[in-house]
Design a protein around this ligand. Structure first.
Ligand code: GLN
Length: 546
């Protein structure tokens, strides 16, 4: 029987429920158990694929091509859980399936209602998300307890628990202990009220994880215990981390969350939680002295979450190169307005993926700057497409070269719409999504970094290198280093003469892990570090990434 942990959140959003869920997954895996992770999001969009980064942050893509919430990125970075289309459900996705059933006549003329039809569909989704054979299925419920839209989800998990023996389900509520600077006090009232709301719905939390800025005293834990009807040892502090989000599992474990969960769910393993490798990584990280500085030139650099997986991947690559990666967030539009001087002194330039025309010319300028000044360059998706455009315009002298995405009448569409995208007029879930094979060309930088010829990487795009220009590129200094064998699509471009210059059509940032950094990120940061040393920059101010 699969055991279930439901993670809810109270008081405010952005408490780090996703990180807490991922950390619990890691802790249980390191105790010899297998886990699955799933997120239920109460908003009405069918998936976050159509949402703006301003609304939602990064869209994370799974191997099977689901466009999902960025918390799934944390799940994959912390655990070995296999995430699929069943790992993220929204209100929109649940309702769409219920309405489709109603249209097919599956409800045999009955009135279709939130209870039981929507709640039943949510319970089915939870079953689907719990990969068969795992010991523990962790389900995070997005939003904040008390929101109208999360009610059906909470009702469904209440019923779900009622249908099982008591020790098969654990409810963990993440809440906030705000610190009031004026009175110098931490307050438990918001937590009491949030747990009160949860109990009104019929859910009694078994564990409370209290997010705090300052230490939670024993008296506070006792008070929370009394008012919230949770045992004092199950009131756990989760203090803001000092230098890395990867401290969270270690902190939670130190406070006994692993024992607590295993005891409650009757999970017996013959091993203690083994976080040795993880702790080793953290201690190395703490003492890092070398630094390199990478410019991320994008459209959404002011947003914390828009390039989440890229920032994490750079941090991972830093761990393996024994250096801290400082990020200079550069607005692509600023490159045009203020000039490439704003890139002076960086050791690497990364242009991430994106949509829409804003900032394109700034990205192209930044890439030219990297190419002409032999600064390590890494282009991802739109970043790779911009690299192809820049090279076409300035080296191959194809005047006005552009992508059809932004210039439908360009004389040189070096980036064009993929054939199977031409007839598509629906937005959600219709891009080239998920994992595709890529054959690396022997002797290229990519081949050397991956140390294998056949790779699989995740995609999310509609436009692609135009094969009509392939010959011209093949004869030039730009090498085509990776090809999708099934459809003969160019997936990687390189400049072999350059210190480090790789553009990839896929999103390698979705596959980097703290202890297994992605090979291209690793190579890129290595090249950036070499660039720092070469340029003999003085020590830089260190900024923690993770
Ligand atoms: N907008 C480009 C395309 O659809 C790039 C997408 C991306 O960077 N994810 O092909």
């Amino acid at each position: 029987m699969v055991k279930h942990i439901f993670v809810t959140g109270g008081v405010v959003s952005s408490l780090g429920k996703g990180l807490t869920s991922a950390a619990i997954g890691l802790i249980l895996e390191q105790r010899g158990l297998t886990v699955s992770l799933q997120k239920l999001d109460p908003y009405i969009n069918v998936d976050p694929g159509t949402m703006s980064p301003y609304q939602h942050g990064e869209v994370y893509v799974t191997d099977d091509g689901a466009e999902t919430d960025l918390d799934l990125g944390h799940y994959e970075r912390y655990t070995h859980a296999v995430l699929t289309k069943s790992s993220n459900f929204t209100t929109g996705k649940i309702y769409s399936s219920v309405i489709a059933k109603e249209r097919r006549g599956d409800y045999l003329g009955r009135t279709v209602q939130v209870i039981p039809h929507i709640t039943d569909a949510i319970k089915e989704a939870i079953h689907e998300g719990a990969n068969s054979g795992v010991d523990v299925a962790i389900t995070e419920i997005g939003g904040t307890v008390g929101d109208i839209e999360s009610l059906p989800f909470l009702e469904a998990v209440r019923q779900f628990a009622l249908e099982r023996p008591k020790d098969d389900v654990l409810f963990l509520h993440v809440t906030l202990l705000p610190y009031l600077r004026a009175s110098g006090e931490m307050k438990t009232k918001p937590t009491q009220q949030s747990v009160g709301k949860l109990r009104e719905i019929g859910i009694q939390p078994d564990v409370l994880v209290c997010r705090t800025e300052k230490p939670m005293t024993r008296e506070m834990a006792q008070k929370i215990s009394l008012f919230c009807n949770v045992r004092p040892e199950a009131v756990i502090e989760e203090r803001d981390v000092e230098y890395s989000i990867y401290e969270v599992p270690v902190d939670l474990c130190r406070l006994g969350l692993d024992e607590l969960i295993c005891k409650h769910l009757g999970l017996q393993t013959n091993m203690e939680t083994d976080l040795a490798a993880w702790k080793q990584m953290l201690s190395t990280l703490k003492d890092l002295e070398q630094t390199c500085e990478i410019a991320v030139v994008g459209k959404y650099i002011q947003l914390h979450d828009a390039y989440k997986s890229i920032y994490e991947s750079l941090a991972h690559a830093g761990f393996s190169n024994l250096c801290k990666v400082k990020i200079r967030k550069v607005s692509a539009e600023d490159v045009l307005v203020k000039g490439t001087e704003i890139l002076n002194g960086v050791d690497g330039i990364l242009v991430p993926g994106g949509f829409g025309e804003r900032g394109i010319e700034g990205k192209i300028q930044a890439i030219r700057f990297a190419r002409e000044n032999n600064i390590p360059f890494f282009g991802i998706c739109l970043g790779m497409q911009c690299a192809v455009i820049e090279f076409a315009r300035n080296v191959l002298e194809l005047e006005g070269a552009h992508t059809l995405e932004h210039s439908p009448h360009t004389t040189h569409p070096v980036i064009s719409l993929m054939a199977d995208q031409r007839e598509i007029d629906q937005k959600g879930g219709t891009m080239r999504l998920g994992a595709y094979d890529c054959q690396l060309v022997a002797g290229t930088r990519s081949h050397e970094l991956y140390a294998t010829e056949q790779i699989s990487e995740r995609h999310r795009h509609r436009f692609e290198f135009n094969n009509e220009y392939r010959e011209q590129f093949e004869k030039s200094a730009m090498g085509l280093a990776g090809i999708n064998p099934q459809r003969d699509l160019v997936e990687i471009v390189e400049l072999p003469e350059h210190t480090f210059y790789i553009g990839v059509q896929f999103h390698p940032e979705f596959k980097s892990r703290p202890l297994q950094p992605h090979p291209i990120f690793r190579g890129f940061v290595e090249a950036a570090l070499a660039h720092t040393k070469e340029n003999n920059h003085g020590p830089k101010e260190v900024e923690t990434l993770a």
